[in-house]
Design a protein around this ligand. Structure first.
Ligand code: SPV
Ligand code: MG
Length: 572
């Protein structure tokens, strides 16, 4: 495999180098086929259709640039286009190299550059530079001198580094009206000069002269044909004539042209997209052809340690007990706080810390959730279920390091920054300023391995248990809690699979529908996981009732004494 081939990022690898595969096609005893492509996308489409090789058509590549097939595109522009094609598809590409873009010396340089870019072979034709397409006044086009053209073939063969790189010599004698004898004479001279195959071209609507040529050629070397004009010939006729390879030379650029003409005309006339949408490739299909998934996988592989790839799951399925008066039309997370929805404050705070892939689990009035910049999944059973059922709806989002968050939080951005920078597989934020029930909605008390001792800043503290019951003596030994879990859990690396496993175990429980996030934290601890505690002292606020709602605007504006932030809380 040459250097260029191994540099192709997204194309699947085939065992043999492209040059070898092209040579095997040319020399095989069965009839082979090549399809035209003219850019990376069409090269990908040719591969997916099942073809074994690509014809890099001069006509089609010129046409997609909007220029004529008269060497108006420079050879380096053609080679740059081929590079995109070779990257998009692992098929061998035979370039239609026109006349070789100059004399023997240009052919030498062309062959070297093509090899460097993973192109498997080149076809050169015995006309003069600059050429014109064979189907435009072909008979008036001057042919090259036989000796001069043989020199080009030899120069090309002498400069290839890979023995399997192929040079196909194209005979234009029939196109130019010089007759069968001249065509055969030229083909034989080119074979002796080292050509790996002969392309015999015809502009007749019947295959007669091609078949006569093949008979008289009598298998001296592989024959390639381009039946654009004699397209109605049954393919078995070529098989029986002993043709090596058929090139379908321009059919994708023509198909694309008629599709684009029809759609452009229709959209212009109707001034709407509604009639064409079903007939054209979806945007997702374009993403697929561009291999967008590979990018996402690579991002996970190479950016997972950085905050840029962070993701979050936001639990936002509840209407909000105590907030019924303001949530008839929308869920709690869409309540306006200082001019923007609560959820937007949260999303903006995450994005500010590079947590960009945000999945929100909606439920009650999920239709009212603004989806800009987030992915929305819906817990359809939100009325009968609790937080873990919502989390399970977003389990697919646990592909990279993820912050799981209640949806009704406002917090200073350093809290998320410190959380996502934690090296621990599991970490939570606990507010040590709140250890006593302020009102009935206060819950999620946290017992930890040590109290918040800001003198010992940096010491590792582990979560022991989260419960809303202060008298939960069995677990806590009636000890006072060390603070309150604010509703933020960060899961990293291998912790993700372990969290999924614990979630799966909990799902098997008959009471799964009633389980909340603290139940997950406690189950993780019982399963032997260490959950690191990041203590804060205020600087956040939950929105659980109308009073919280009223005060949240002040918090958002940064006007309240932040350290005394009131009730934390949950979204569900
Ligand atoms: C091309 O595809 O550019 C060819 C084949 O050279 S033809 O247009 O038939 O001459
Ligand atoms: Mg051409």
């Amino acid at each position: 495999m040459n250097a260029r081939e191994s540099a192709s990022l997204s194309a699947p690898r085939s065992e043999l180098p492209r040059t070898t595969r092209l040579r095997q096609m040319l020399t095989s005893t069965q009839l082979e086929f090549m399809m035209e492509a003219h850019n990376g996308l069409s090269a990908r489409i040719v591969r997916e259709a099942g073809f074994k090789a690509i014809w890099g058509s001069g006509l089609a590549i010129s046409a997609q640039f909007g220029v004529r097939d008269n060497n108006e595109a420079s050879w380096t522009q053609v080679v740059d286009t081929l590079e995109f094609m070779a990257d998009a598809s692992d098929l061998p590409i035979l370039l239609d190299g026109d006349t070789g873009y100059g004399n023997f010396n240009n052919v030498r340089r062309l062959v070297r550059k093509l090899e460097q870019r993973g192109i498997a072979g080149v076809c050169i034709e015995d006309k003069q530079f600059p050429k014109t397409n064979s189907f435009i006044n072909g008979e008036r086009q001057p042919l090259a001198e036989i000796d001069e053209f043989c020199g080009k073939i030899k120069a090309g063969k002498d400069s290839q580094a890979d023995d399997d790189f192929s040079i196909v010599a194209r005979v234009e004698a029939l196109i130019a009206g010089w007759g069968m004898e001249e065509a055969l004479k030229r083909a034989e001279a080119y074979r002796q000069a080292g050509a790996d195959a002969i392309l015999i071209h015809s502009k007749l609507s019947r295959p007669d002269e091609i078949l006569q040529f093949a008979r008289e050629w009598a298998g001296r070397g592989p024959l390639v044909i381009v039946p654009t004009k004699y397209y109605s010939t049954p393919t078995d006729v070529f098989r029986e004539a002993g043709i090596s390879t058929v090139i379908w030379a321009n059919h994708l650029i023509r198909a694309a042209t008629s599709a684009m003409q029809a759609v452009a005309k229709e959209i212009h006339a109707s001034e709407t997209l509604v009639d064409v949408e079903e007939r054209i490739a979806t945007v997702n299909e374009i993403f697929r052809l561009q291999d967008a998934d590979e990018y996402s996988e690579a991002e996970n592989r190479y950016l997972s340690a950085s905050r840029a790839s962070g993701s979050a799951i936001v639990l936002a399925a509840s209407r909000g007990a105590g907030l019924e008066a303001v949530t008839a039309e929308r869920p709690k997370v869409m309540l306006p706080i200082a001019g923007k929805p609560l959820l937007r404050w949260l999303v903006d705070a995450f994005k500010k810390q590079g947590v960009n892939d945000i999945t929100v689990v909606g439920g009650y009035r999920a239709d009212a959730i603004e989806t800009a910049g987030i992915k929305l999944v819906v817990n359809e059973r939100h009325a009968e279920t609790s937080e873990l059922a919502s989390l399970a709806c977003a389990a697919d989002a646990l592909k990279s390091d993820t912050v799981i968050s209640y949806g009704d939080l406002l917090f200073r951005s350093y809290i998320v920054r410190d959380l996502v920078e934690s090296e621990a597989d599991f970490s939570v934020v606990v507010d040590s300023s709140l250890t006593e029930p302020v009102n009935r909605s206060v819950r999620d008390f946290a017992w930890c391995s040590a109290p918040d001792d800001r003198g010992l800043f940096g010491n590792k503290v582990l979560l022991r248990r989260v419960s809303s019951e202060l008298q939960d003596g069995a677990a806590s030994g009636a000890e006072l809690p060390h603070g309150r879990w604010v509703g933020l859990l960060n899961v990293r690396g291998a912790g993700r699979a372990r969290l999924q496993a614990v979630l799966t175990t909990l799902r098997a429980r008959p009471d799964f529908d009633s389980l909340d996030m603290p139940a997950l934290l406690n189950a993780l601890i019982e399963a032997g996981e260490s959950i690191e505690v990041q203590y804060v002292h205020g600087h956040w606020r939950g929105v659980n009732d109308l009073d919280d709602f009223r005060r949240a605007g002040d918090f958002a504006h940064g006007q309240t004494p932040l350290a005394s932030a009131g009730t934390g809380g949950e979204a569900q």
